[in-house]
Design a protein around this ligand. Sequence first.
Ligand SMILES: Nc1ncnc2c1ncn2[C@@H]1O[C@H](COP(=O)(O)OP(=O)(O)OP(=O)(O)O)[C@@H](O)[C@H]1O
Ligand SMILES: [Mg+2]
Length: 247
Amino acid sequence: MANGLSKSFGGIRAVDDATIAVPQGSITGLIGPNGAGKTTLFNLLSNFIKPDRGEVIFDGAPIQQLQSHQIAQQGLVRTFQVARVLSRLSVLENMLLAAQHQSGERFWNVWLKPRKVREEELRQRERAIEILETVGLAHMTHQYAGSLSGGQRKLLELARTLMVRPKLILLDEPAAGVNPTLINQISDHIRRLNQEGLTFLVIEHNMDVIMSLCDRVWVLAEGRNLADGTPEEIQTDQRVLEAYLGQ
Ligand SMILES: Nc1ncnc2c1ncn2[C@@H]1O[C@H](COP(=O)(O)OP(=O)(O)OP(=O)(O)O)[C@@H](O)[C@H]1O
Ligand SMILES: [Mg+2]
């Protein structure tokens, strides 16, 4: 889905001629040492930042010209390495806000079509509650998002992406700072959603998670492609081991 992507910050080549393919229906992994450029690659794939060079193809078409909310509407959504939840809003409000932002809704719709907007709000609310139930956060629906544990925040972020009925979800370290029980739950949700037809690209330092979830793994080091293959191939790849040892 991305060819020859490059992005520099000042003198640093954060992503340097990187290529990655994420087959439809797969759970694809993206690994690499700290600072390898993984998050920057996500930012490029979701058009949060513009590449210096290269292109991103999603669903057969380039997406460079689109705004983030348009990309979300097309079915490509992402989570953040540090979960971006609004602490002073309830879990439910976080869900609804995400849907609103990602649909690019305009505030004057409220004045133009009050009934339609109200109906849509109710539909979104029902959907949010349904999703919260499936990820096991139903009991937190009306709690402040700020009262969630680290793992629950990661779950909320995943839940929030589902509001727009995505096709491809980019997850930036879904297991980081999450306790082992919840890591298993998050992995199970990813697997289940994948079986329901969703495609995933997952950045993770937790190799157990990568090994147990992914069909294929791409390795970045210093912004460049280092290797790609099945989890087993990657695990025994000398170049990959060296890149991690050299950290
Ligand atoms: N907005 C930015 N401005 C300047 N430098 C940046 C910016 N974003 C990333 N970098 C630099 O680009 C490089 C790649 O960072 P990136 O966050 O993509 O790595 P990563 O692989 O996600 O690392 P980690 O595993 O620690 O999350 C690093 O050297 C980082 O300092
Ligand atoms: Mg990162």
